[in-house]
Design a protein around this ligand. Structure first.
Ligand code: HEC
Ligand code: HEC
Length: 241
């Protein structure tokens, strides 16, 4: 063994050691970096969860809150605007769409989910509003909610002449009073429908991830009955919401 050979071996061992320590430091740094990224990712997520969008149910003003309006027609019109906050709510409009498919959501448990989305999977009204063969509403929607799946007896899509999506308060108002477009209902039958129909009632009893319609069906029913009794006046069709 000559000196040159030993020298080379020693240098080789030394450089291997240096390499190993460089690698170890790099690895450590990498680990720390991942830890910090994890931290910065979880913290804002927690903060966002604290203020879920739409989680609060909207208020519906009760009938006696309108008694200060002395003019009867003016009072009835103000009451109708309050009624419209229910009619235009996703719990109703998702099932009264302008096209052939329902909408779903917004899901209050999902961050940033603020507007209804097309129904997943895609379903269509079919001939009777209960869906096409093989994708019938009752395949998934039972008589009551089941976990995240909404349910109510007779779950099906409102007929196209009862579409509310994208319409002004005045347009919906004229439409629900019109027997040609409301399923042949008299004003008394319409009130009865608002107060006691199961699909209407669902609006205040959705699964936990969906926001209920404003107020309660009882307050809503009282507003509706008072509006009918006062002659059921409608706002101008071209006035936006
Ligand atoms: C394959 C199962 C399935 C079928 C079939 C189905 N749905 Fe749904 N539907 C769901 C689920 C699940 C949800 C809840 C989605 C969510 O909010 O996470 C839902 C939500 C909805 C909503 C939203 C309710 C709300 O409060 O916003 C409407 C409206 C609706 N479905 C109507 C219908 C109609 C009408 C039919 C038949 C034409 C139908 N669905 C067929 C599974 C189904
Ligand atoms: C699961 C779907 C579904 C939901 C949710 C739903 N509806 Fe309907 N709605 C229907 C169907 C189907 C009809 C037609 C059959 C009937 O008259 O019972 C209808 C008819 C009506 C009518 C009578 C006809 C008209 O449009 O003039 C009114 C009023 C009405 N719904 C109000 C509401 C209100 C208010 C809500 C929300 C609080 C609501 N609906 C939620 C499916 C639904």
């Amino acid at each position: 063994m000559n000196d040159r050979y030993t020298n080379t071996i020693a240098r080789l061992i030394l450089s291997l050691l240096v390499c190993a320590s460089v690698l170890a430091t790099a690895c450590n740094k990498q680990k720390k970096r991942t830890e910090t990224t994890e931290q910065t990712q979880t913290q804002p997520r927690k903060a966002e969860r604290a203020d879920k969008p739409n989680v609060k149910q909207e208020k519906l003003r009760a009938l006696d809150e309108f008694s200060s309006i002395k003019d009867e027609k003016e009072r009835a019109l103000a009451i109708y605007d309050e009624i419209d906050t229910v009619l235009s709510h996703p719990r109703c409009v998702n099932c009264h769409p302008a096209g052939d498919s329902p909408y779903q959501g917004p899901d209050i448990t999902r961050i940033g989910d603020t507007s209804p989305k097309p129904h997943q999977p895609l379903v269509v009204r079919g001939e009777d509003g209960f869906g096409a063969a093989g994708m019938r509403c009752e395949t998934c929607h039972g008589e009551a909610n089941f976990e995240n799946v909404p349910g109510s007896p007779g779950w099906h899509l409102a007929p196209i002449e009862m579409a509310w999506e994208g319409k002004t308060p005045g347009a919906i108002c004229e439409q629900i009073k019109d027997p040609e477009r409301n399923g042949g209902k008299t004003l008394a039958q319409l009130t009865e429908h608002m107060q006691h129909d199961a699909l209407v009632g669902y609006g205040w009893n959705p699964p936990a991830h969906l926001q209920p319609a404003p107020g309660s069906q009882k307050i809503f029913g009282e507003l509706f009955a008072a509006w009918i009794e006062a002659g059921a006046p409608c706002p101008p069709i071209d006035r936006p919401r």
